[in-house]
Design a protein around this ligand. Structure first.
Ligand SMILES: Cc1cc2nc3c(=O)[nH]c(=O)nc-3n(C[C@H](O)[C@H](O)[C@H](O)COP(=O)(O)OP(=O)(O)OC[C@H]3O[C@@H](n4cnc5c(N)ncnc54)[C@H](O)[C@@H]3O)c2cc1C
Length: 423
């Protein structure tokens, strides 16, 4: 086949939040994009766009702004205060965005500074799918599934479950933790099973603290409460599988009283819980995410523990850097294999340090606070106390959590942290 005769410039397997973001960014730059997605478009059917509450950091908000997705329908709730502590132990960290205003940079909408914003995944997912469906440069194959693919020097040929074949200059594996594309390139994976699950739901609070997020570490796992609209909080409750199984089968009153006991009364009394969803937790880091004309992004490349709300933020930084690497260099479907491989290797070398650091950071947090040995948990308490006492450590923590680890891609840039030290 002649390279210029491919059906598409790029084929994206998976239209979860990361695949959809890349599809929009590349299609806006004039690329002809195919998106393959097995799950039907309705909100209920799409597990990637479910009711989970996502904390988006400043870099992610910039990226979503840059690709035109932060319209007012999403009603994101800003977080200006983060309270981190340990159940039954010392160590307490209170981070307030106004203390970091020069570090965070100018606020884009001239309101108070914030660390990030909370958004419900289903609202963002629906906004993305609307853009995809209306985009003249995007062809959606849905419900459809990538079954296998074959790489040639001039293109990639993808076999769909319906037996149809489509071709493209690039295959982007955005097909999640159990990625078929990753298996197809036989990529080596660093895997760890936390033997934990996350239970996600939301509750009303009688004394909400506006714009304040809480993360409480317990020996069984962390508990996060994230502000939503109308005095409600998104709850991410992490514990051993057996405990989450039990909680999933309890009635609402029992879950509310257990939540109250674990969290305390800082937000008053909890009531009116929503339905609960459950996710088993693993770590999966893929050091080598490219091969020839194939690249892995988002959860297909790196699945992290949700302890510090980094997974989608990391995937969006992948998305922005990939769009940068391809669009800025004018790559298209007729790009030679050597050129494409070089662009993807450059993308990988730019992204690898951030991917490694984020995986390591979330893994350390997830393991140390829940460690069976008391002295390891004690050291975690010292870690929190040290961060509380040291402005330098706090700044480093905030900088990484906001997604501004260098190099920062152009889409994430609208406001950059200053490079000189801040007192
Ligand atoms: C409880 C919990 C809370 C979280 N909170 C946060 C948070 O606050 N902040 C944050 O940044 N991150 C958070 N995350 C992580 C975040 O949800 C994920 O990182 C993100 O959704 C991954 O998106 P993705 O598009 O890479 O993968 P996915 O969402 O898994 O999407 C993959 C897509 O590929 C499709 N697919 C699968 N197989 C195929 C195939 N063969 N062919 C074609 N398509 C296929 C699937 O149907 C799916 O639509 C949280 C995760 C959990 C579990």
């Amino acid at each position: 086949m002649n390279a210029s005769k491919t059906d598409f410039d790029a084929i994206i397997s998976g239209s979860g939040l990361v695949g959809a973001a890349i599809a929009i960014g590349l299609a806006d730059a004039g690329w002809r994009i195919a998106v393959i997605e097995p799950t039907l478009r309705s909100q209920e059917a799409q597990p990637s766009h479910d009711g989970r509450t996502l904390v988006l950091n400043a870099a992610s908000l910039n990226i979503l702004n840059a690709i035109g997705l932060m319209d007012s329908d999403l009603s994101p709730i800003p977080i200006d205060t983060i309270v981190i502590n340990r159940l039954g132990g010392f160590g307490h960290l209170n981070l307030t965005a106004k203390d970091y205003v020069r570090f965070i940079g100018e606020d884009t909408d001239q309101t108070a500074p914030y660390f990030g914003k909370v958004i419900v995944a289903s609202a963002l997912g629906q906004a993305m799918l609307k853009r995809l469906t209306a985009h003249p440069n995007v062809v959606e194959y849905c419900p459809e599934r990538l079954v296998s693919f074959q790489m040639y020097p001039s293109h990639v040929e993808v076999q769909l479950a319906s037996d149809q074949m489509i071709s493209g200059g690039l295959l982007i594996g955005a097909d999640g933790t159990h990625s078929t594309v990753r298996q197809g390139i036989d990529a080596e994976v660093d895997f760890f099973d936390y033997q934990q699950s996350a239970m996600v739901f939301n509750v009303a609070s009688s004394q909400p603290l506006p714009h304040t997020a809480f993360e409480r570490f317990t020996p069984q796992g962390p508990l996060a409460l994230l502000p939503q609209a109308n005095g409600r909080y998104g709850v991410v409750w992490i514990d051993r599988h057996e405990m989450i199984d039990t909680l999933m089968s309890c009635d609402d009153a029992v879950v509310l009283s257990k939540l109250q006991r674990r969290f305390g009364t800082r937000l008053g009394k909890f009531s009116r819980p929503s339905a609960r969803a459950r996710y088993p937790l693993i770590k999966q880091h893929t050091p080598d995410v490219t091969q020839g004309r194939v690249v892995l992004v988002g959860n297909a490349a790196n699945t992290v523990h949700p302890v510090s709300a980094q997974g989608f933020n990391l995937g969006l930084r992948d998305a922005a850097a990939l769009i940068d690497s391809l669009v800025d260099t004018g790559a298209k479907s007729d790009t030679s294999l050597a050129d494409m491989a070089q662009r993807l290797e450059r993308y990988q070398s730019i992204r690898l340090p951030d991917q490694q650091a984020t995986c390591r950071y979330t893994d350390t947090l997830a393991r140390s606070f829940a460690h069976p040995l008391g002295w390891v948990r004690l050291m975690s308490g010292f870690g929190l106390a040290a961060h509380a006492a040291s402005p330098t450590l706090k700044r480093r923590l905030v900088r990484a959590a906001m997604g501004f680890r260098e190099p920062v891609s152009s889409l994430a840039r609208p406001y950059l942290p200053p490079t000189r030290p801040i007192s």
